[in-house]
Every structure is written in structure tokens, then in C-alpha cells.
Design a protein around this ligand. Structure first.
Ligand SMILES: Nc1nc2c(c(=O)[nH]1)N[C@H]1C(S)=C(S)[C@@H](COP(=O)(O)OP(=O)(O)OC[C@H]3O[C@@H](n4cnc5c(N)ncnc54)[C@H](O)[C@@H]3O)O[C@H]1N2
Ligand code: MOO
Length: 450
């Protein structure tokens, strides 16, 4: 924490013309800001990785089943494989005895064909012998040994073809789409590829992300407290969210409010091949707010300079030497909103996915007490409402400087500009932050390319 003498003079002078211009710039809507930023980004190159390293990354190609899954019909039960026609139309009083002609455990290759009028003992997952068309569980049959030492199996009911059988190709036909380009590989998706015998997948490479926090007033977490100091919580919080994504993260800061230090930090990131740079702090209109002057000094192409949303208004994006830079505000809740509504969409795009949070209209538990001149986003959590259906509840502390209501929040609730207070139970648009609609539907994955 350090305020050099020369900055006292700066404070007396007030904002520079550049800062004034930046602060006075017309704010764009959140959707326009997202559009301008995403339009500059493209999915990164693909690379082949083992399934275990693909988690949370997005497929760079469609993946199709190299063979049917399962490749042959399999027994779904431990029991006996039979030809249904050999049992005819049994009723409960009758019993049909058929000789045991063989047995088949799982994993033992192709069994001998089932002779007509006989049965095979089979284990769950065993290949069904050719000729068999049903499997009955062993609990349902009787077994006896004849005078000649032969084993016979007694059936008391008829079976339908297909009963107790997993047909070949039930899970996937040969060539069926298992993973669509752009979809995220989670553990289940990786398992689905492994089931088809695949061991690797082509996913987008990890974005190289730089996070730079700024502010002379910032103290490293754990440092002794000094009056007026503020602990660098954004560094911890934003890095924490970034580390939940498959990125290569470099964290710098807190840097001093110094133009040379900031331009050096941004230059270092662009020279190191950053795919995205995030700065925190120094983006509003004060004399120490040097992000705009730094972007200017580096001949950055500004994409937008303020967003019509609160918290999170003081946010800008630029392309600096070909690298996208998103400047989020220092105020922690504002930085967090901009992370979720701007940085995260950008990252998902670089990762090769489509950012589209699931938006639901849900009743607001407890309401929201204030009118809102600006479009507002509130940190909120899902809960079971009085009717047992999902409701949403906004945290009590929504000021842009406070993080108290972020912990445990799973959604953002919208209060449209010029509305509020919101009464208890009124439906509000709720963005479920972690549930991206594009990633939720398996049917979408099988219905062809977009
Ligand atoms: N004259 C105007 N003043 C302000 C405006 C404006 O339009 N005109 N916008 C306000 C809004 S909105 C916000 S949000 C803040 C954002 O300011 P900055 O991005 O310039 O952020 P700082 O001034 O650097 O810091 C603001 C606040 O946050 C604390 N901070 C900063 N970095 C961190 C960090 N890494 N971890 C935790 N806390 C941090 C900092 O100490 C300040 O208290 O500007 C309004 N002003
Ligand atoms: O960016 Mo400021 O958050 O609107 O509070």
C-alpha cells in the first residue's frame, strides 16, 4: 500500500481529459457489450488429449462411435438364455424342461451357438449365444439333474423376444454422434466415449489468461492491516473462478496505480501470448484510474467503455496488440458481476463452447426493497419455495463494494431499469450461473450439427 507524493498533486488536478472522455462515454447495454466482445473472439485451436485431461474442456470436433455399443447383444441378467419359441405359450401350471447346453461368463468372447431346444447359463454382460433371443433371471426357474447326469432348466412362464437382453447398438449405433463439437466434456461425457473404446478426444487448447489487480491501497491477503488499506480479495476471488475453468492462469498484482507499471504488465501479458487479459480496478473516472490511459497508451481498440448494469457498470474491453482485455471494476461485487456476464462468456467462447446461461422466471422470496433506476443484477440463491417449487432469494447485501451475498449465490436476479421494489413472490428473471443451456441437452447432441 503506497500513495506516492506525486499522486497527491494528481488528486488535486482531477481527472485528465482522457479520463473525462472515458467516463463520459456512452454506456452500452449488457447484451451489446457481450456481442462486441464475443465478436472479437474465436475458439482456440484443437489438440488431442487423453480423456482424463479433457474434463471441462470443449470438443473441437464431433466424435462418433467407431463401433456399435454394445457390439453384440448381451445378457442383462444372471440367468438362462433361451429361444422364446421353445417355451411356446406357457401358463403358470405347466413347466417346460430344457437341457443346459453351455455357459457364458462376461468378457469371454463369442459363445457357441445355442442349439434349438436347449438353454445356456449366462452372466450379466455376457455375449448372448447366437439363436437365443431372451434371458430369464435364475430366481425364476427350477434346475434339476436327470438320471443321466444332465442338467435341465424348468420354465414356468413364456418369455418375449428381447426380454433380459441388451441389443447390439442400443447405447450407440456405429457412427452415432457421441459428442458434438462445442459441447463440454464432463465425467459422464468422457465415460460415454470410453464405453465406445475411445481413449483420446480433440478439445480446444487451454486459454492463457492473465489476471492483473491494481490499486495502491491494496494489501496482500494476510499482510498486517493498515488504515485505509483494502485486501486484494478480487485477486483471490477472480482467480478462484478462473481456476474452475481449464485455463492456464497467470496472476499479477496488486500493481501500484502507476501508468508505467500497468502498461508494462499489459505488455508482458501480450508478449507472453495471453489469450485474454483481465484487469481489476482503476477503470472508473478518478485520477488514479489508469486503465483507460494505459489502453490508450498501448493503442488499444476500445470495444466498449461502460455497461448499463449495476453493479458492474465501470467495465471496459479493448483489443490490445491483438489480445482481448476486459477491465472489470475494483469494487468486488461489480467485478464479480462482470466476471460472470462478460469474462466468463468470453472464456467459454475461447474454450469452444457457447455461453448461454439457463434463464428462468422464478418467484422472488422476500422480495427486493428498493426501486432501481438502473438495470440491476442481484446475487441470489435457489431455494424450495412455500409450494415446493423453485424460488429464488436475493442476498441481503447488494452494494458493489461488498461480497457478503456472493458466497453461496448460484444465480443473478434481474431488476429491470425503472422498476422495483419487487414484492414477495413476484416472478423475476433468474440467470442460473453454472448451468449453461447449451450444455444440458443430450437430445441436442444427437440431432445434428448446429
Ligand atoms: N466519478 C465517478 N466515480 C465513480 C464512477 C463513475 O462513473 N464516476 N463509477 C463508480 C463505479 S460504478 C464503480 S464500480 C467504481 C469502480 O472503480 P474502479 O474500477 O476504478 O476501481 P477502484 O477505484 O480501483 O476501486 C474501487 C473500490 O474497490 C476496491 N478494490 C479495488 N481493487 C480491489 C481488489 N483487488 N480487491 C478488493 N477490493 C478492491 C477499492 O479499494 C475501492 O474501494 O468506481 C465508482 N466511482
Ligand atoms: O461498476 Mo459499479 O458497479 O456499477 O458499482
Amino acid at each position: 500500500m503506497n500513495r506516492p507524493e506525486e499522486y497527491r498533486a494528481l488528486l488535486e488536478e482531477g481527472p485528465t481529459p482522457g479520463q473525462r472522455a472515458f467516463a463520459g462515454a456512452a454506456a452500452v447495454s449488457l447484451e451489446e457489450a457481450q456481442h462486441r466482445l464475443l465478436a472479437e473472439l474465436a475458439p482456440l485451436a484443437g489438440e488431442v488429449v487423453p480423456l482424463g485431461e479433457a474434463l471441462r474442456r470443449h470438443a473441437a470436433r464431433d466424435v462418433r462411435a467407431p463401433r456399435p455399443v454394445p457390439a453384440e447383444p448381451r445378457a442383462a441378467l444372471d440367468g438362462y438364455a433361451v429361444r422364446c419359441e421353445d417355451l411356446g405359450t406357457l401358463d403358470t401350471d405347466a413347466i417346460v424342461w430344457l437341457p443346459l447346453a453351455g455357459q457364458q461368463a462376461a468378457g469371454l468372447g463369442a459363445p457357441a451357438p445355442l442349439p434349438p431346444g436347449a438353454v445356456h447359463r449366462v452372466a450379466t454382460g455376457a455375449v448372448l449365444p447366437q439363436g437365443a433371443d431372451a434371458v430369464v433371471r435364475w430366481e425364476e426357474v427350477e434346475v434339476r439333474r436327470t438320471a443321466h447326469g444332465m442338467v435341465e432348466v424348468g420354465f414356468r412362464r413364456a418369455l418375449e423376444a428381447g426380454e433380459g437382453v441388451v441389443p447390439a447398438g442400443e447405447e450407440a449405433a456405429q457412427g452415432q454422434l457421441l459428442l458434438r463439437v462445442g459441447s463440454r466434456v464432463d465425467a459422464a461425457a468422457a465415460g460415454r466415449l470410453a464405453v465406445a473404446g475411445l481413449q483420446e478426444v480433440v478439445v480446444r487448447r487451454r486459454p492463457r489468461v492473465w489476471l492483473i489487480t491494481l490499486g495502491d491501497e491494496l494489501l496482500a491477503p494476510g499482510a498486517p492491516y493498515q488504515t485505509g488499506g483494502t485486501y486484494d480479495s478480487n485477486g483471490v476471488m477472480l482467480a478462484g473462478w478462473l481456476r474452475c475453468l481449464p485455463v492456464e492462469l497467470t496472476v499479477r498484482g496488486p500493481l501500484p496505480d502507476d501508468l508505467a507499471a500497468l502498461t508494462a504488465g499489459l505488455s508482458e501479458a501480450t508478449e507472453a501470448g495471453a489469450d485474454l487479459v483481465i484487469t481489476s480496478g482503476g477503470i472508473s473516472a478518478g485520477p488514479y484510474d489508469l486503465v483507460a490511459p494505459a489502453l490508450e497508451a498501448l493503442a488499444g481498440r476500445i470495444l466498449f467503455r461502460q455497461v448499463r448494469v449495476h453493479p458492474g457498470k465501470a467495465c471496459a474491453a479493448a483489443i490490445v496488440r491483438g489480445v482481448p482485455v476486459v477491465a472489470v471494476p475494483g469494487s468486488p461485487s461489480a467485478a464479480a458481476v462482470d466476471y460472470w456476464v462478460l469474462v466468463r462468456p468470453a472464456l467459454v467462447r475461447l474454450l469452444g463452447g457457447r455461453w448461454e446461461p439457463l434463464r428462468l422466471r422464478l418467484p422472488l422470496a422476500g422480495g427486493y426493497p428498493r426501486p432501481s433506476r438502473q438495470r440491476r443484477l442481484l446475487w441470489a440463491r435457489l431455494l424450495a419455495g412455500p409450494d415446493g417449487a423453485p424460488w429464488v432469494q436475493a442476498g441481503a447485501v447488494q452494494r458493489s463494494s461488498a461480497v457478503a451475498s456472493l458466497a453461496g449465490a448460484s444465480c443473478l436476479v434481474e431488476v429491470p431499469a425503472g422498476s422495483g421494489p419487487v414484492p414477495e413472490g413476484e416472478r423475476v428473471t433468474t440467470w442460473l450461473l453454472e448451468l449453461e443451456a447449451s450444455e444440458t441437452s443430450d437430445e441436442a447432441a444427437t440431432s445434428g450439427r448446429r
